[in-house]
Design a protein around this ligand. Sequence first.
Ligand code: SAM
Ligand code: SF4
Length: 397
Amino acid sequence: MRELIRTPVTSLYVHVPFCAQKCEYCAFFSEASSGELINRYVNALQRELELVAEDLRPHTIFFGGGTPSLLNLRQWESLLQTMGRLDLLGASEFTVECNPATVSLDKAKLLRGYGVDRISMGVQSLDEKLLDRLGRVHSREMVFKSFDTLRQAGFDNVNIDLMFAIPGQTKDVWRATLDEAIALGSEHLSSYEVIYEEDTPLYAQLNAGEFDVDEDLACDMFEELVQRSGAVGFQQYEIANFARDVRVGQSFKASALIDPLLPALACQHNVNYWRGGDFYGLGPSATGYVRGVRTKNWANTQLYCEQLEKGKRAIESREEFEPLKRAGETAAFGLRMNAGWPFAEFERVTGQDLRREWSADMDSLVQKGWALRSPDRFQLTSQGLRFADTAAELFLR
Ligand SMILES: C[S@@+](CC[C@H](N)C(=O)[O-])C[C@H]1O[C@@H](n2cnc3c(N)ncnc32)[C@H](O)[C@@H]1O
Ligand code: SF4
């Protein structure tokens, strides 16, 4: 029988499971680095790339972690050369996550030279005491210095991650961090309320009664974020994500082509993710979603390396979803974006029609003032976005 022609997957996520030190709040799979294990991981990752390369033509690439910027120049060069040999470079958006403590001009120039065109830098706070409180490895000065270094290396599309509702953070301290972060002039801002993840020191401190959570204060801080970022031209396009809608240098991005309601510099990789697109997920603990199957790699770097050294993918689990269940999850996820769902796009991705299965659910949200429905799209209002998790539950099947 003739083999069906498959269209290659266009999105790649790579997880780098190392950090200089572990932050108090963080549950991402990562560990404090040890030199030899990183070399071994880099080799294993190259084997994994070889195993999927034939089915991959990335338009978007995202190296996240952990701390990808912890890899040294030699490790990055070897990885990027392999990607070049496998014809995996040339994406229209290639992001690498960085920690301000591990940015150098040489490394930034090397990445830029291989086509990395977007950096996402974890800043969290610009208050020295809070940085300490969170167990961050860098000072506020390092943030400013690293940002300059990235600009010097030619990066004109930089995201900054901030966190709010940090224990001990007052409204004034949050305002000061926001204003200083905005003054850096980044093209993109991501800002999340602290999540108390099980098995983190911060979670244990909360349970031990060392501090209280003040939800009203967190709401006020979120309002400040929306107002202050909006006042300087950031457009909110997802609950926690803000981007500029302008051409910056030469790097005009195609996000607005994906959906005219998106700002030009929205993260295309994450938009694909929120909109239920396929992507390969490589590296320890990474999840991927390809042709209806969700895979999860082993969250164990030793085991990950051993599997790939034997020439096998390091997949711990595979899950295939019943189409309506998957479509419901996809609907819920996509509603976190201000642009919501164009009905045609939802049908293209899921094969289901939002207007058939979920009509009554959409109408109930419209009646509450939480959503808007037009002939071609359904989206949450700013009030609805505040209760996005509750709204999203209606779509799960
Ligand atoms: C993988 S980290 C970013 C890059 C780099 N590892 C760093 O921290 O500098 C991704 C982002 O997730 C956010 N994050 C991680 N854990 C969080 C938590 N428990 N609550 C809220 N945001 C969190 C932080 O803003 C962080 O920058
Ligand atoms: S927030 Fe970033 S630097 Fe801190 S432990 Fe998590 S991944 Fe590592």
